[in-house]
Ligand binder design. Structure first.
Ligand SMILES: *Cc1c(COP(=O)(O)O)cnc(C)c1O
Length: 383
């Protein structure tokens, strides 16, 4: 089958799924009546801002859904990551290990803590941080000084590891946790893309000490903009709430703040949307699983490889992805689908190619580079 034929077939297949001749986006949100009535409720009650019942309800729903001990809502996922790094005790000059194959927010949050990322390769089976590559990097470049993990080349502290569950596919969390325990590193999961994804039956974001979720407009559920910090214990949860709400010590009228806090609390207006979206989440997950099954079947036996969930867990299939034979095939596919009004996107350019992260230390990134050159995301709105 020629490339042109298979490209044409893909366009036709995507159109048959979404049953439209209009432009097909990569991921569009779906709202129902409850979203409308909840938002209207905040307007009619005037409680659109930092006070109101929906923030607590949204946090409780998220705790119940994920099994996290505490969930603290924030203004967006980047703010949730920033807060999680602060709570992990990341200090100016520290290193934090992550993958080069991620969305820029992961690294921006580190930058704004005064810390610097170290880039380690991803596993082909998950597109997320590879435990073998992490182990290799640590045994070559790190040593333990008591409970401090020291970066041998610079003498600086490596404080934390931030794996990201790419497109919802859970990373090898057991191996990651064991390595973090051995090297005294805090495990923070960037679970911005993985609400509804499970590792060996456990919800992603609940294996690390801390995790960040995102409810941006293109994520599996949306609050307009929003995020959540998941905390592994009550103490962390209490302090996280405190620092995201300006670290004000409760008092009937005095303003006293006991640490440099953030103003990251999610407004009630956004949480109202979140509460309604949480009730739709099981349906979205089911629809996305069915969509992935249709893509899996379509791509079997073609020149494209469907990126499937790993054996150790369940993906939310937030964004479906395929791997092309090479970069030229990728470019041709991007050109043809976008010209046909079917939104397809390449994966993010690797973080060490961006000017602000070009000087960061890194291990070999052969798998990341291969995926960067060949991956295409295809329309994934729930249907
Ligand atoms: C979406 C996303 C975030 C956070 O995004 P916000 O737009 O700030 O909510 C962080 N990391 C990854 C990997 C993401 O995809």
């Amino acid at each position: 089958m020629s490339h042109a034929t298979s490209q044409q077939q893909l366009s036709e297949f995507v159109r048959s799924i979404y049953q439209t001749n209009d432009f097909i986006p990569l991921h569009a949100p779906t709202f129902g009546e409850l979203e409308k009535s909840n938002v209207l409720d905040t307007i009619e009650s005037t409680f659109v801002s930092s006070v109101g019942k929906f923030v607590d309800e949204f946090e409780q729903r998220m705790q119940a859904f994920t099994g996290a001990t505490r969930a603290i809502a924030t203004v967006n996922g980047t703010a949730a990551l920033h807060t999680a790094l602060y709570m992990a005790g990341v200090e100016r000059g520290d290193f934090v290990i992550t993958q080069a194959l991620t969305f820029v927010a992961t690294c921006n949050a580190m930058y704004h803590m005064g810390a610097e990322p170290i880039f380690v390769d991803v596993a082909p089976s998950t597109l997320g941080l590879c435990p073998k590559a992490l182990e290799a990097y640590l045994s070559e470049h790190a040593r333990l000084d008591g409970e401090r993990c020291v970066h041998k080349d610079t003498g600086r502290t490596i404080r934390a590891v931030v794996p990201m569950h790419t497109f919802g596919h859970p990373v090898h969390l057991n191996e990651m946790k064991q390595l973090c325990d051995k090297w005294h590193l805090v495990l923070i999961e960037d679970a911005a893309e993985s609400l509804g994804s499970y590792y060996q039956g456990q919800h992603t974001g609940t294996i690390g000490q801390l995790a960040a979720l995102s409810f941006n407009g293109n994520k599996i559920i949306t609050t307009g903009g929003g995020g959540m910090v998941l905390c592994a214990n009550e103490e962390l949860g209490k302090r996280t709430k405190h620092v995201t709400t300006t670290a004000k010590v409760p008092h009937p009228y005095e303003f006293y703040h006991d640490e440099p806090g953030f103003n990251y609390r999610l407004p009630n207006l956004n949480a109202a949307l979140g509460c309604a979206q949480m009730q739709q989440l099981p349906k979205f997950l089911e629809q996305k699983r069915q969509l992935a099954a249709r893509y899996r079947e379509f791509f079997a036996g073609t020149a494209f490889t469907f990126v499937d969930e790993p054996a150790h867990g369940q993906s939310n299939f937030w964004l479906n992805a395929i791997l092309c034979e090479d970069k030229q095939a990728r470019n041709e596919l991007l050109e043809s689908q976008n010209a046909a009004g079917i939104m397809c996107r390449p994966i993010w350019q690797l973080m060490h190619r961006l000017p602000m992260f070009a000087q960061c230390p890194r291990g070999p990134l052969t798998v990341s580079e291969d995926i960067e050159a060949r991956l295409v995301n295809i329309p994934s709105s729930p249907i």
